[in-house]
Each structure stands twice: as structure tokens, then as C-alpha cells.
Design a protein around this ligand. Structure first.
Ligand SMILES: CC(C)(COP(=O)(O)OP(=O)(O)OC[C@H]1O[C@@H](n2cnc3c(N)ncnc32)[C@H](O)[C@@H]1OP(=O)(O)O)[C@@H](O)C(=O)NCCC(=O)NCCS
Length: 274
């Protein structure tokens, strides 16, 4: 069980600086990444590689991270999410319409004595600058949301506020500034759609099917190389009860580094599938 997998040393290490977590149903292991100061909920299994994360929720069968990855300001990540290394998502934005973009103007770097003095003497303007930035950014930069069965390639950059639809692909080294529609492949800087993965009737069927809600039971006897046949087989699996809604254990990693195992919460996703 849980406590048997995590050694006291791993727990202590995790609490101090965060770690990369490999979770399987009912167990979790730890490697070297940064995951601290933030509460994240994961469905299991999930694999988190080296990186720095502020994510609210990650769906089952997803893996992400590796080499310099930084995922901040992220709301939900769906199931079967795939990601290369060196990906940046949701980096902070600075105000570009004030005298300087430097966060010092909004009260940052107060640990430097000369800056602290400046802040004290100009407190009203510091507060005004911060309030304006916060208001504008709250309106413009919501959390990044990533759908199910999404693949983000090596070295991509996704700006705050972007939503990536189910089944979408972000090509390596792309700069994603706008929402990505479901099952669309985007590439370049700035990223633009280069093609869809399937014809629109197939995309519509897949979005209706939401096979990921059933986990691997949806895929029993499915030939992934023949998309029409795969859809028919998944429909049949659901119809005959071979595919069952997947309700995995949910793991919470608290901002203090505590690891808690919870029963699955009802979500619109799994309620719909029942
Ligand atoms: C997005 C991707 C999957 C597309 O693969 P594909 O379907 O075989 O695409 P194609 O090779 O047919 O390319 C289609 C067009 O997109 C362009 N393109 C492909 N990848 C691109 C990229 N990363 N940036 C810019 N343009 C790209 C191609 O030049 C081509 O343009 P053209 O039609 O003008 O010639 C692939 O290019 C990619 O980026 N893979 C990510 C690999 C990775 O990051 N692996 C890490 C492990 S997770």
C-alpha cells in the first residue's frame, strides 16, 4: 500500500524540494522533479517526470515533464495526455503597457533593501500598478486547460489562457498563443493549424464517444490503425458493457508535500459516463 512504497527518506525529500512521481493504481514512486508549494490532484496511474508544476488536476494514463519542463497556471489536464521534454506552459506575464515591464513596479524584489525603500516611499503607486496588472491579467490570462488524448511535442511553449481541445497535437517547438480546436495539429511560431487528425465526421464521432472516460476497457479488441472500425468496436464495447467507466483512485499532493489518497470525486465527466 501507499506508505510501503514511499520510504521515509523519499517523503522527507519530497517535502523539502518536490519530486517527480510515478503513480500506478494503488502505488506511487518518486524521482527528481520539483512539485512543491502547490496542491495537485492526480488520477492514477499517471507519470510525472522531472519539472516544475502548478497544476490543479491531471487525468489518468497521462505522462508529462522531462528536461526543463515548467507547467504553471494550469487548471485541468485530461486523460491520456502525452508530453515531450522542455515544454513551457503558463509562464507569468508582465504588464507591457506600464512605464516598465519590471515586476519591481508592482512590489516585486522587495527583498533588496534599496527596492524596499523605494516601495515604502511610493506605496500608493506600487499598489495601483499591481491592482491594474492583476485586473488586466485576470481578464486576459485564465488557466491553461488541456483536453484528453492531447500530445504536446518537445520544446513547445503554451501561453497563459490557452485551451487545447481533446485529441489535439502541438508540434515540436511551437509557440501556442491561441486555443487549439479538438483533433487539430498546430505548428510553428506563432502556431497555426496545419491539419486535422481525421475527417470531421470521424472527429465528431470521437468527441461524442469520449472513449477515455472508460480507460483501457474501451480499447479491448480495438484496432487503432483503422479509425472507423475502432469507433465501431468502442461503441460495441460500451453497448455490451465490456467498456466500463473508469473510476481510479485519486491522489492529492498538498502544498506542504503531503501525499493523500482519496476516493474518486464525482465529476461531470464520470457522471456522464455512468
Ligand atoms: C506535429 C507532428 C506530429 C506532425 O507530424 P506529421 O503528421 O508527420 O506532419 P508532416 O511531416 O506531414 O508535416 C506537415 C506540415 O507541418 C510542418 N511541420 C511539422 N512539424 C512542424 C514543426 N514542429 N514546426 C513547424 N512546422 C512543422 C511540416 O513542415 C509540413 O509542412 P508543409 O506541408 O508545408 O510541408 C510532428 O512534426 C511533430 O512535431 N512531432 C513531435 C515530436 C516530438 O516532440 N517528440 C518528443 C517526444 S513526446
Amino acid at each position: 500500500m501507499w506508505d510501503g512504497i514511499l520510504t521515509p527518506e523519499q517523503r522527507a525529500q519530497f517535502g523539502r524540494c518536490g519530486n517527480s512521481i510515478f503513480a500506478a493504481p494503488g502505488k506511487v514512486g518518486i524521482r527528481d522533479a520539483l512539485l512543491s508549494g502547490y496542491t495537485t490532484r492526480f488520477e492514477t496511474p499517471v507519470q510525472i517526470r522531472e519539472g516544475d508544476y502548478e497544476i490543479d488536476f491531471v487525468g489518468a494514463f497521462s505522462y508529462f515533464g522531462g528536461a526543463g519542463s515548467r507547467l504553471l497556471h494550469v487548471g485541468n489536464i485530461g486523460r491520456f495526455f502525452m508530453m515531450g521534454g522542455d515544454v513551457t506552459i503558463g509562464q507569468a506575464e508582465h504588464p507591457v503597457n506600464q512605464l516598465s515591464c519590471h515586476p519591481m513596479l508592482q512590489g516585486g524584489f522587495g527583498g533588496w533593501p534599496v527596492v524596499a525603500e523605494h516601495h515604502q516611499a511610493n506605496a500608493a503607486f506600487v499598489a495601483k500598478s499591481r491592482a491594474q496588472r492583476d485586473m488586466e491579467h485576470a481578464a486576459k490570462f485564465g488557466k491553461v486547460h488541456i483536453g484528453n488524448d492531447v500530445w504536446i511535442g518537445q520544446g513547445a511553449y503554451v501561453r497563459r489562457g490557452v485551451t487545447i481541445g481533446d485529441g489535439a497535437v502541438v508540434a515540436a517547438r511551437s509557440l501556442v498563443l491561441k486555443d487549439v480546436p479538438p483533433y487539430t495539429i498546430v505548428a510553428g511560431s506563432p502556431a497555426k493549424p496545419i491539419k486535422t487528425r481525421f475527417a470531421q465526421p470521424v472527429i465528431d464521432a470521437l468527441l461524442d464517444l469520449r472513449w477515455w472516460e472508460y480507460g483501457l476497457t474501451a480499447l479491448t479488441g480495438v484496432d487503432p490503425t483503422n479509425i472507423e472500425a475502432a469507433i465501431c468496436q468502442i461503441e460495441e464495447n460500451i453497448r455490451c458493457g465490456r467498456a466500463r467507466p473508469y473510476h481510479p483512485p485519486i491522489v492529492t499532493i498538498t502544498k506542504d508535500g503531503d501525499i493523500l489518497r482519496n476516493p474518486p470525486l464525482p465529476t461531470p465527466q464520470n457522471e456522464r459516463a455512468q
